[in-house]
Design a protein around this ligand. Structure first.
Ligand code: 8DG
Ligand code: MG
Ligand code: MG
Length: 143
């Protein structure tokens, strides 16, 4: 069965993106965006806001409206995912402080420049991000 995943590009005031090291699941040890499965009846925007709040405790009110970025298809170990990448930015001047709200799933969050992330070896990145970098070389997460 093909599954739908949402990957969330959350930008801070320096246009850096939020990234975390995955633990205890598919893609263990790789860097991934906050995100998760699209749930039945949910819009892409609702899913992005929900996943970011669940994983970082950041409230939707501190983040701009989510916008559609791009999509990729990827084979992740034994799974075929269609990933919808969504983009949003911090809504105010106040710096966002993400919490590691699911420490059993993520080692911790940090901010990174997209250009720096793109130079990391593919083995360090979660598969949908690799596919994005390889197949959509002109893509840049920006609002
Ligand atoms: P859920 O199963 O509760 O919905 O989500 P989760 O607990 O947050 O799990 P997850 O592994 O973070 O996300 C579920 C799947 O979503 C993941 O195995 C593959 C898919 N997915 C993508 N792209 C991305 C992405 O950029 N980031 C994350 N975290 N997951 C993604 O297809
Ligand atoms: Mg997740
Ligand atoms: Mg989640």
């Amino acid at each position: 069965m093909i599954k739908v995943g949402i990957g969330c590009f959350l930008l801070n005031q320096h246009n850096q993106i939020l990234i975390g090291k995955r633990i205890n699941s598919i893609g263990h040890g790789t860097l991934a965006l906050p995100g998760g499965h699209l749930e039945y009846g949910e819009s892409f925007e609702q899913c992005a806001a929900r996943e970011v709040e669940e994983e970082t405790s950041l409230k939707p009110s501190s983040i701009s409206h989510w916008k559609l970025g791009t999509t990729v298809g990827s084979l992740t170990e034994s799974e075929h995912y269609v990933t919808i990448f969504m983009i949003a930015k911090q809504a105010t001047e106040t710096p966002l402080v993400p919490l590691n709200a699911e420490p059993e799933k993520c080692e911790g969050w940090s901010w990174i420049d997209w250009e720096d992330l793109k130079t990391l070896p593919p083995s360090r990145l979660f598969k949908p991000l690799n596919v994005l970098i390889e197949e959509r070389s002109s893509f840049r997460p920006c609002i």
